[in-house]
Design a protein around this ligand. Structure first.
Ligand SMILES: *Cc1c(COP(=O)(O)O)cnc(C)c1O
Length: 391
């Protein structure tokens, strides 16, 4: 089966009492056993039977299975947010006295998790420029537990060479962990680029129009004990497993992912091209534009589409605020890859509580507005942006 077929036709366990066409939502906390031996076997993982929904639930398992079949992963774990996926993955590899080599160009909460929360537990974050492989090689030492990155950073829109970073990681016997939220895993193979563990905020494209919060750890089985630690230790002890109703909605979202993404990526490219014609916009930053410095690398790694997120730079912060206030169609909201288009000024919101110095170090500019492009007609989106910058 090709991916769009598989996204719909992955089978779930039969027989179902009512021959339900879609996977039922098992809104149950616990499951009954016929005898004590089966119960012991289920609890000790000797047989595959759900026991308690903090660690396993048939609806969530079905969603995980579908993602595993689409990606070729060894194990997939669904969690209750993208941040839960990131924190669980990092806690599977990190320990006091060890370090994570990463970039300052990170999603705000991921940066704070590394710079603040994990630091309290004795894990050091080593920030470097991941586009400079020599700098990364120099930062990695015997205490490094992983290299962590985002495939297209937000809002800087930087792309690092995954194969080159995988080579550095694997030479030290450590995994390359990549947050791939911005390009769906149905479009490219992170594993073929050397990524050992892929993290996705399924809140974004997968949820099918911002229906719910979720995250995925997609483990390719190349890092010894990683999948086992997540499933047999962290799910039990941290308790951040996805809930069945969310798995149901995100599974529905996954069924329409390819068609929605194709339209959103096409809209983003068409909009980026047209925004370049507006003199009020100083810069349009989208890796799908041929003159973008990361264009060739992005095409090589992720294929012909470049996602549905772009940024524009205006004269200053006031111009950004005036622009956002004048928008009539595009919504003033955080989040990415909703069905509707969204605009936000990252410096004053997502990064609003960071100091000026921190924002400077992260290259988060006062002049930048981030746009998440939805499924609307691109003419309407262009008209809204044109009237808002020129008004
Ligand atoms: C949204 C996002 C996250 C966090 O995901 P939540 O589901 O909001 O917890 C992490 N990384 C990236 C790149 C994101 O866009």
């Amino acid at each position: 089966m090709r991916k769009s077929t598989q996204a719909i036709h992955t089978a779930y366990q039969q027989p179902d009492a009512y021959r339900s066409l879609s996977m039922p939502v098992y809104h149950a906390a616990a499951y009954e056993f016929e005898d004590a031996t089966v119960m012991a076997d289920a609890f000790c993982g000797r047989i595959d039977r759900p026991d308690y929904s903090r660690v396993t639930n048939p609806t969530v398992t079905y969603f995980e299975k579908k993602v595993a079949e689409l990606t070729g992963a060894a194990t997939v774990t669904a969690l209750n947010s993208g941040m839960a996926a990131i924190s669980n993955a990092l806690m599977a590899v990190a320990a006091a006295g060890r370090n994570v080599v990463t970039s300052r160009h990170l999603f705000g909460n991921t940066y704070a998790l590394l710079a603040k929360t994990l630091q309290r537990f004795g894990v050091e974050a080593r920030f470097c420029d991941l586009t400079q492989v020599d700098e990364v090689r120099a930062a990695v030492d015997e205490g490094t537990c992983c290299i962590f990155l985002e495939i297209i950073t937000n809002p800087q829109m930087e792309v690092a060479d995954l194969s080159a970073l995988a080579e550095v990681a694997h030479a030290h016997g450590i995994p390359l962990i990549a947050d791939t939220t911005v390009i769906p895993f149905t479009c490219f193979s992170a594993r073929e680029l050397g990524v050992d563990v892929e993290i996705v905020s399924s809140t974004k494209y997968l949820s099918g129009g911002a229906t719910s919060i979720g995250g995925l750890i997609i483990d390719y089985g190349t890092c010894p004990d990683f999948g086992h630690t997540v499933k047999s230790e962290l799910l039990f002890n941290l308790g951040a497993y996805m809930t069945p109703h969310v798995a149901y909605m995100q599974n529905l979202g996954l069924e329409t992912l390819e068609v929605r993404y194709a339209k959103q990526a096409e809209n983003a490219l068409a909009l980026a091209q047209r925004l370049c014609t507006l003199p009020e916009i100083r810069r349009v930053n989208y890796v799908g534009l041929p003159d973008n410095p990361y264009h060739a690398l992005a095409v090589k790694q992720f294929g012909p589409t470049a996602g549905a997120m772009l940024t524009i730079d205006l004269a200053d912060r006031d111009a950004c605020f005036r622009f956002i206030n004048r928008l009539q169609l595009i919504h003033r909201a955080t989040n990415l890859f909703d069905n509707r288009s969204l605009a936000i000024h990252p410096a004053s919101t997502i990064f609003g509580l960071f100091t000026d110095a921190q924002r400077r170090a992260m290259d988060v500019l006062d002049t930048t507005v981030r746009l998440s492009v939805g499924l609307e007609d691109v003419e309407d989106l262009f008209e809204d942006i044109r009237q808002a910058v020129q008004g």
